[in-house]
Design a protein around this ligand. Structure first.
Ligand code: SF4
Ligand code: SF4
Length: 116
């Protein structure tokens, strides 16, 4: 599963630079598949054609948020989720609604950082 930030977040910003996939964004900021990844141009995302550089709507306007499609639970980079490791209020938790196997998470990591 991916990690989710709860509304207990105090917007300290400590987690954002720790994410190897640039999956964490400040409240209200647009996100992009291309940010911090090797994705660019038109990409195939689950059968949908998407512009990797296109700005996507913020998931939260109140607190920092995680884009689950970019979160790999840090698989392939670290032994544990880095956002959860640094969060001072322990509000980075398992997202029960986004269940993925380790193999799926590693495939996602390879997709995000594929050589072009
Ligand atoms: Fe980023 Fe890792 Fe946190 Fe997912 S678990 S948002 S990949 S730091
Ligand atoms: Fe919010 Fe925790 Fe990230 Fe700070 S480290 S911005 S409290 S999720």
């Amino acid at each position: 599963m991916a990690i989710i930030i709860t509304d207990e977040c105090i917007n300290c910003g400590a987690c954002e630079p720790e994410c190897p996939n640039n999956a964490i964004y400040d409240a209200g900021s647009a996100w992009r598949f291309s940010d911090g990844t090797n994705l660019n141009g038109i990409i195939d995302f689950g059968g949908k054609q998407i512009d990797a550089e296109a700005a996507q709507e913020a998931v939260s306007d109140e607190v920092y948020y995680i884009v689950s499609d970019k979160c790999t639970e840090c698989k392939g980079f670290h032994d544990e989720p880095q956002c959860a490791a640094v969060c001072p209020v322990d509000c980075c938790i398992d997202d029960e609604d986004v269940r993925e196997t380790e193999e799926e998470l590693l495939m996602k990591k390879n997709w995000l950082h594929q050589e072009k």
